[in-house]
Design a protein around this ligand. Structure first.
Ligand code: SF4
Length: 300
């Protein structure tokens, strides 16, 4: 993708800034008092989980473990219980490992250099960029699904970005569009993300009310269909291994601290499909979300 004509880019910048000024959601981690650790926790929780579900969990989490040192010291079973039903609980384990690494390598302070962030457990290019942009107000290319979709439509003239991780050309385009200066780029990043979350949504873009409509290549082209539609995974949950693992984790979280469970008990709650049930418990063990002691199972 090539950068748009400067008139379109100017119009897009104005539209994004105005939308942010008028419609930014009051999410708890956007308070001025939020620490870099709070930003890192919010970004970890918000990957794969809608922000409406994340907000109350984030607030309770930060009250309980306001610093990396607090989380590093916590019993892992408590961490997994507090993660609750946010889903993909390996993120909770990685977050605790990340907290321990921040304490060990950085004296308990979330680093701001990209290489240091990327070296932390569970921190990939997106989270590193988000922490740099939103916690430290640095110039960083923040490329989440919302940003990718907005750029694919407004600049690329496509319904959606290609499936999978961001391509090199997407990264180059996002970097080329990033305003000069730390503060301006941080505002652009947060504004683009919010615009994608609220206005230029995946399923129901509000083109009729969109302040960027005149500068949008996809709209001008007549909304051509998604060329990758057949390759996109439909996210079903019912009947999946994920659901079976979720049932086992729910049983473990609900039990009193220190309760031991038999393999047969956990298999029985996982699934009516015997192979799937065995697989659910076995993969939770392999992931470190369940531990075995003398033939009995429990949270780590
Ligand atoms: S016109 Fe529609 S597709 Fe284009 S940026 Fe606005 S909401 Fe998105």
């Amino acid at each position: 993708m090539h950068p748009p004509p400067s008139a379109d880019l100017d119009a897009l910048r104005v539209a994004i800034a105005e939308h942010w000024a008028d419609h930014a959601r009051d999410l708890p981690w956007r308070a001025a008092s939020t620490t870099a650790w709070g930003v890192l926790v919010s970004e970890t929780m918000s990957q794969q989980t809608p922000v409406a579900r994340v907000a109350p969990s984030w607030t309770a989490w930060m009250e309980r473990w306001p610093t990396p040192a607090d989380l590093a010291d916590a019993p892992t079973a408590d961490v997994l219980r507090a993660w609750g039903s946010l889903g993909y609980p390996r993120r909770a384990l990685r977050l605790q490992e990340c907290a321990a690494a921040i304490v060990e390598r950085h004296g308990g302070v979330v680093p701001h250099e990209e290489d240091d962030l990327l070296a932390l457990p569970g921190v990939g290019p997106y989270t590193a960029a988000a922490v740099r942009a939103f916690a430290y107000r640095r110039r960083a290319v923040v490329l989440d699904t919302n940003v990718r979709r907005v750029l694919a439509r407004t600049v690329g003239g496509r319904a959606a970005p290609p499936p999978g991780a961001p391509s090199r050309s997407e990264r180059e385009l996002a970097a080329a569009l990033l305003p000069d200066g730390d503060e301006a780029s941080a505002e652009w990043n947060i504004g683009l993300m919010e615009f994608g979350a609220l206005m230029c949504t995946a399923r129901s873009p509000r083109c009729d009310q969109c302040p960027a409509a005149a500068a949008c290549a996809w709209r001008r082209a007549g909304h051509p269909a998604d060329e990758h539609a057949a390759r996109r995974r439909t996210q079903t949950y019912e009947g999946t291994d994920r659901q079976a693992r979720g049932r086992v984790m729910a049983r473990l979280r609900e039990a009193a601290d220190g309760t031991l469970h038999s393999w047969a008990e956990l298999v029985s709650v996982a699934s009516t499909d015997p192979d799937q049930a065995q697989r659910a418990v076995a993969t939770l063990l392999a992931d470190g979300l369940v531990v075995e002691r003398a033939g009995e199972l429990r949270l780590p």
